[in-house]
Write a protein that binds this ligand. Structure first.
Ligand code: C5P
Length: 404
């Protein structure tokens, strides 16, 4: 394959040498396009020796060969590692003020980027929006992971390891993006669907959750290599194969099953829509109009909060993710509710989405914002529930690998 490796001006550029090396040793013809800033971090001779090709930087070199478009046109795959916040912003806008920008614009090849920056820059709303835009256009991301950054700080923003970048990039190029197996060896627990609280033998209090998002998460985690357990409350879609399924009805049953499973899962995702209240008494026989009369009063009692319960236990590197489906008036109000909820529940991440009479539940698509434990936005995704599931799992897989 003809692979273009774009290198931009971040300190992680020194690790790009190992990305190039990995691709060359896998038998590929690698052409480096480095920005001027990248060459301040790593020397041209190193890049030329390792890639075994001339390094291109200048837009005005070899103009007769129309190099500003030729490199991109000839590429089967473009990998940008590291991708700085600045480069990500330029890619999102379609700017072509250097050779790398021209190369990307002039190419139809898949584009894989490995972001690397400080946590504040990664979480800046501008970067978050740019990343969401690039993803929606089909750009593939590897990382960033959580870990030691350049200074004394650590957090999310560290570039993925070179071997992982090579593996992801080659998987993308072979059309096997769903086979990115970054959850290999992990146990993932997903709860899905709506709980049902019985009133009598034939009636229940339930909700409109279809379980689609949870099932999509279980499938995506399986495809990324995890051993998956799905605790399914009422689910309206077919259950996936090759995963363990535990069926439950009530919140109490969900609590029992989740408590047992979460303790042995690296990642627990609580996508189930859990009833906050249940009837104080469940009638032995069917509740009848002739006995209840004109008005019927049901007394309800609060259910235990499963997410808060499991989040309060020591978890030793395991990650717990909650979902918050809210009927907020606008985005800021939605995020405010999410921030308050993540603090109250004590989980590591909260996936916030808006629901209403026609959005969120029982629909094919979804739009979510992922908050971390501090309430900061770390990710946004929208699209089909399948693509949203896969995208957000990338965030949690990266967090798990950074937590090692
Ligand atoms: O408080 P709220 O229901 O909005 O919180 C939503 C999140 O909490 C979801 O992840 C849901 O699965 C979880 N939850 C829970 N136990 C409850 C209520 C909600 O685990 N009793």
């Amino acid at each position: 394959m003809n692979i273009v490796v774009g290198i931009t001006g971040g300190i992680a550029a020194y690790k790009a040498v190992n990305v190039i090396r990995g691709l060359v040793l896998a038998g590929h013809d690698v052409h480096v396009v480095a920005t001027e800033a990248a060459l301040r971090f790593v020397g041209r001779p190193t890049l030329e020796a390792i890639s075994r090709n001339t390094v291109n930087t200048d837009l005005y070199e070899a103009v007769a060969e129309v190099r500003h478009v030729a490199i991109g046109q000839a590429a089967d795959l473009i990998v940008i590692a590291p991708a700085t916040a600045n480069t990500i912003a330029k890619l999102a806008t379609g700017l072509a003020d250097d050779l790398l920008g021209n190369t990307v614009l002039a190419s139809r090849a898949p584009l894989v980027i490995a972001p690397a920056m400080h946590t504040e820059m990664w979480q800046n709303p501008a970067t978050v929006a740019n990343i969401a835009l690039l993803r929606s256009r089909g750009v593939h991301l590897v990382g960033p992971v959580s870990g030691q950054l350049t200074g004394t700080d650590s957090g999310v923003g560290r570039m993925a390891e070179p071997d992982d970048i090579v593996a992801h990039a080659l998987a993308v190029a072979s059309g096997a993006s769903t086979r990115i197996r970054d959850l290999e060896g992990r146990r993932v627990l997903v709860t899905a669907g709506g709980t049902r609280e019985p009133l009598d033998p034939v009636r229940f209090i339930g909700n409109r959750s279809s379980g689609r998002q949870g099932v999509a998460l279980a499938e995506a985690a399986r495809d990324r290599g995890a051993a998956v357990t799905l605790i399914a409350a009422h689910v309206e879609v077919p259950l996936p194969t090759e995963i363990d399924v535990i069926r439950v009805e009530t919140t109490e049953q969900l609590l029992q099953a989740t408590s047992a499973e979460a303790a042995r899962s690296d990642l627990t995702i609580m996508a189930a829509a859990v009833a906050d209240y249940r009837p104080v008494e469940v009638a032995e026989g069917k509740i009848k109009k002739i006995h209840a009369g004109e008005r019927l009063t049901l007394e309800l009692v609060q259910n235990p909060d499963i997410l808060a319960t499991i989040s309060a236990l020591p978890r030793d590197g395991r990650l717990i993710v909650g979902f918050a489906a809210e009927t907020a008036s606008d985005r800021e109000a939605l995020l405010e509710l999410g921030r308050a909820k993540v603090a109250r529940k004590g989980c590591d991440y909260l996936v916030v989405n808006e629901v209403g009479w026609t959005t969120g539940f029982a629909t094919e698509g979804n739009a979510v914002t992922v908050l971390d434990a501090s309430g900061a936005i770390v990710f946004e995704a929208s699209g089909s529930k399948t693509s949203v599931a896969d995208d957000i799992l990338g965030v949690f897989a990266a967090a798990l690998s950074g937590a090692q």
